[in-house]
Design a binder for this molecule. Structure first.
Ligand code: GLN
Length: 309
């Protein structure tokens, strides 16, 4: 896909780039620690397939928590709302993404929403497929449909690095297994989840996914309805209420568009009815969001009056 570099976007990107110095690359997944913290890139995908970009757009990154929006859409397609929300709630937590605290105090004991790790693990557990490789194929196929890029796959290095170190996520799984929220083998679930989080793309692909959500699940180029509108609406609502972890409230006030971030530094944004935005900037703030990426979105939102509120 051709994407024009934009002088105007580059000017905003350069103002935001200096914030990378204040952030820190995630290294609790050791392979993510190799990222260059000074990088920042953005792509915007419009309805007519036009695309503008700025920054290091060739860099590929893993989706990490951005993948939670994709797995949620797949689980909703597979099982419908009633079943999915019998296992995972709809409320923001106000806690960090990997917190176990509310799992114990909530009655019934189910994760509060699908954007925190506990909720996302429960959602991935639901995806149809008799073996973990079937679930992964299904997720990847869906990503290919969303991006119109059949070459996207996952990073073996990042997936293995997370699989070997994610004891906290394992503990969430065992807790949920005890309470009947998930079933089956925890190691198999960890295999699918870590590969799902390691799905790798660049910000042009990410912007294209954002555009599909911006047009209520329809690919603006092919006009194919990839996600039913009611599922796209649910995903976008979670992006607003819980997409930026425990910074979602501030993000809604300052920027005001549905967005989902990941600890790789990726941010998927969707400006309803207008366009999709993909951002990558691996230096993170204390809540695990791309520090310069948020700054760039703030500048963009102010300049183009993007807030939906
Ligand atoms: N794979 C990461 C984890 O489970 C995703 C977290 C994130 O991006 N916030 O820890």
């Amino acid at each position: 896909m051709a994407c024009k570099s934009s002088g105007e976007l580059n000017e905003l990107l350069q103002s935001a780039r200096r914030y990378t110095e204040k952030g820190k690359v995630a290294d609790y997944i050791p392979a993510l620690g190799k990222a260059n913290r000074n990088e920042l890139s953005i792509a915007i995908h419009y309805q007519n397939e036009e695309c503008v970009s700025a920054g290091d757009i060739e860099t590929k990154f893993t989706l990490q928590s951005v993948s939670k929006i994709i797995s949620l859409a797949v689980a909703l397609l597979d099982h419908g709302e009633e079943y999915v929300f019998s296992k995972v709630g709809m409320e923001p937590t106000g806690d960090p993404f990997n917190s176990i605290a509310k799992l114990e105090s909530s009655v019934p004991s189910k994760p509060l929403n699908p954007m925190i790790n506990a909720g996302a693990l429960a959602v991935t557990n639901m995806i149809k497929g008799s073996h973990q490789s079937d679930k992964l194929v299904r997720l990847l196929q869906f990503v290919h449909d969303l991006t119109s890029n059949p070459y996207i796959t996952y990073s073996v290095e990042v997936a293995e690095s997370e699989f070997q170190t994610s004891n906290l996520n394992r503990s969430l799984c065992y807790f949920m297994k005890q309470h009947g929220i998930i079933s089956g083998d925890v190691e198999e679930l960890m295999q699918v989840y870590t590969k799902q989080c390691a799905i790798e793309m660049n910000c042009l692909d990410l912007a294209r996914i954002g555009a599909v959500f911006a047009f209520n699940g329809m690919d603006p180029a092919s006009k194919r309805q990839i996600i039913p509108p009611h599922i796209a609406r649910i995903c976008k609502t979670f992006m607003v209420t819980c997409g930026m972890y425990n910074a979602s409230g501030e993000f809604a006030i300052k920027i005001g568009i549905p967005a989902k971030s990941g600890v790789s530094g990726a941010i998927l944004c969707t400006v309803p009815g207008k366009y999709g935005i993909g951002i990558y900037g691996p230096a993170l703030d204390s809540k695990g969001n791309s520090i310069a990426g948020i700054k760039l979105l703030e500048l963009l939102s102010k300049r183009y009056n993007l807030s939906m509120f």
